[in-house]
Design a protein around this ligand. Structure first.
Ligand code: A2P
Length: 328
């Protein structure tokens, strides 16, 4: 496969994380799959991604893909696609039911056991809310939602980094207000805030806050996560993006990924389709014009993933507004 060989020698640009000094490839491969596919399909897709040149992989304990990622890493080493695990950047996430100070370290050990790795590159708090311990089933039941004690959970995340079980730590889905809360007491500041990020939800305010505080904004759903319960096809079907893509001889997906990259973010894209995996890597040798950027920045903004499932009359956040601290 000629193009795969080309990709193997190509290196995705990296970002040095402020707190840990770790280098993160700025385009990563997502492994949240919906609907679920057989484990072998996930493993094969990841192996193909490694062959094509992806080096950054994002999983979470709740995705159920840690084990397959671990097997793919092992497979990639034995096939000689990479020499060692050190060539990869691996992220996993703390699920809400483990979002209790004393449960963080055991949860990370379980993730490492699933992945068959000695350390993660990045461990993230998945959502800024806890649920009752021991519950790993979806959907989340509203009556199980609990406020997260950021102090004890973040202290445990810091211990994970100090123990060398993860090189860096961070959060996901945090508003400016919640980040400021963590920053007010953190001994190790979060390196990353992973959030929804695409031309229709450009996170302008959060990006400015993250930039000012040395936190890298990492974008999920860069294409709008079409076909999943947490996404829609509105990004891929956006007329302005389609016009720009057509005029430029690119796909809408490439326009979205290039745009996110040009905003300084790190981008996570999921595709288990070989052609699309390849296409999504081909965004580093061209750029968007001033006029194209202006048109994209004028697009009306709204969240695709509104966090409604984390709101409840019984829980810490009664409304979507409260959950995002008004950043909607
Ligand atoms: P598939 O895995 O069949 O390629 P996001 O990264 O925003 O979460 O979006 C993921 C969704 O977008 C998946 O359904 C994926 O499907 C699809 N997708 C990924 N890359 C492309 C692409 N280049 N063009 C069109 N759809 C894509």
């Amino acid at each position: 496969m000629e193009s795969s060989l080309e990709a193997t020698f190509f290196r995705i640009p990296e970002q040095v994380l402020s707190s840990s000094g770790q280098r993160m490839p700025r385009l990563g491969f997502g492994t949240a799959v919906y609907p679920l596919v057989p484990p072998q399909v996930t493993k094969q897709a990841i192996l193909q991604a490694i062959e094509l040149g992806y080096r950054h992989f994002d999983t979470a304990s709740i995705y159920g893909t840690e084990q397959q990622l671990g097997e793919a890493i092992k497979g990639a080493i034995s096939l000689g696609l990479i020499k060692s695990r050190k060539e990869l950047f691996i992220t996993s996430k703390l699920w809400c039911s483990d979002g209790h100070g004393e449960l963080v370290l055991p949860a990370l050990h379980r993730s490492l056991q699933n992945l068959k790795l000695e350390y993660l590159d990045l461990y993230l708090i998945h959502w800024p809310i806890s649920i009752k311990p021991g519950i790993y089933e979806l959907p989340i039941r509203k009556e199980d939602l609990l406020p997260m004690d950021f102090g004890s959970v973040w202290a445990a995340m810091e211990d994970c980094q100090r123990l060398g079980l993860t090189k860096s730590i961070g959060v996901c889905n945090f508003s400016c207000k919640k980040l400021a809360d963590i920053l007010s007491f953190a001994e190790i500041p979060p390196d990353v805030n992973q959030v929804e990020f695409n031309p229709l939800w450009n996170q302008k305010k959060l990006r400015e806050f993250c930039n000012a505080n040395g936190i890298l904004l990492e974008g999920y759903s860069p294409l709008g996560a079409a076909g999943t319960p947490w996404g829609t096809n509105r990004v891929l079907e956006c007329e302005v993006l389609q016009e720009i893509a057509k005029a430029k001889g690119k796909t809408v997906a490439q326009i979205c990924l290039r745009w996110g990259y040009e905003q300084g973010a790190s981008i996570l894209v999921k595709s288990f389709n070989g052609e699309r995996m390849k296409q999504n890597l081909e965004i580093f040798n061209w750029s968007l014009s001033e006029d194209e950027l202006k048109r994209i920045h004028e697009l009306p903004q709204s969240r695709g993933c509104d966090g409604e499932l984390f709101t409840s009359q019984y829980g810490p956040f009664k409304t979507i507004e409260e959950f995002w601290d008004g950043e909607i």
